[in-house]
Design a protein around this ligand. Structure first.
Ligand code: ADP
Ligand code: MG
Length: 251
């Protein structure tokens, strides 16, 4: 029997009153794949992530993870199954050092609850340093979050997510507010996590440059729907994408 895709989204719909934020969306992610969802502001990208991580419940449709329905599960159970999601705004502790932030994430992954528990659960320094190395933060371990760049904070948050046993990593506009070089460095990290760690990654973006540099299959969203699919060159030349994406971006 063929194994189920890691994630299956089937006819997913979410309404907020009269607004259909996600409208009959279906797609599958094979384990180990990297995909981007490209779409203008307000097209439903964040709502889609909120549905997948369980913080919102769909109006209609199904979400399956490794073949198991998760669309009515509580977010903490979904997280324990291996779905991690990075928000648009970094969720790091500004007063703490990079090392301490990673230690908090590792302590939480080991079952500790909150910063206080850091004194009770002693996270592995080796794992902390490995996460820092993986995300290019080895030189910054002693810096406080306030002292590192916006791009480094985003990488720190990705490193913190990886403290848990993650198989699907969802990134919500990971390069928002970044310089071109920071954007490139996040793109390199995302590719590396996909190739070297075998992480399945879904990144949503409205930034064309980031989507192009990831060089991965793209789902193009507009008005809550997936309007085109394919590699970057294919979608870039798709008249529906040019019309709706560029039209909306210039609105
Ligand atoms: N909690 C909510 N209540 C009402 N409307 C919402 C809510 N969340 C999102 N929306 C609406 O759903 C649409 C999609 O929003 P969102 O998913 O945030 O888009 P994106 O992340 O692509 O910018 C927008 O019209 C937005 O105003
Ligand atoms: Mg959003």
């Amino acid at each position: 029997m063929a194994t189920a895709p890691l994630l299956q989204v089937v006819g997913l719909t979410k309404r907020f009153g009269g607004v259909v934020a996600v409208n009959d969306v279906s797609f599958e992610l094979e384990a180990g794949s990297l995909h981007t969802i490209l779409g203008p502001n307000g097209c439903g990208k964040t709502t889609l992530f909120n549905l997948i991580d369980g913080s919102l419940k769909p109006t209609a449709g199904q979400i399956l993870f490794s073949g198991v329905r998760i669309d009515s599960m509580e977010p903490h159970r979904i997280a324990r199954m291996g779905i991690a999601r990075k928000f648009q705004v970094p969720g790091v502790f500004g007063e703490l050092s990079v090392a301490q932030n990673l230690e908090v994430a590792l302590a939480r992954a080991d079952g500790a609850n909150g910063m206080v528990a850091l004194t009770l659960v002693r996270p592995s320094i080796a794992r902390r340093d490995e996460l820092a190395e993986l995300c290019g933060l080895s030189e910054k371990l002693e810096r406080t979050v306030g002292e590192i760049s916006h791009g480094e904070r985003q990488r720190l948050e990705i490193a913190m997510l990886l403290a848990c046993d993650v198989s699907l990593l969802m990134l919500d506009e990971p390069t928002a507010g970044m310089s071109v070089s920071e954007t490139q460095s996040i793109a390199r990290l995302v590719k590396q996590l996909n190739v070297e760690r075998g992480l399945t990654i879904l990144a949503v973006e409205h930034d064309l440059g980031f989507v192009r540099s990831l060089d991965a299959p793209v789902l193009v969203a507009n008005g809550g729907k997936i309007i085109a699919r394919g590699d970057y060159e294919t979608i870039r030349n798709d008249p529906r994408v040019i019309e709706s994406y560029l039209g909306a971006a210039h609105a």
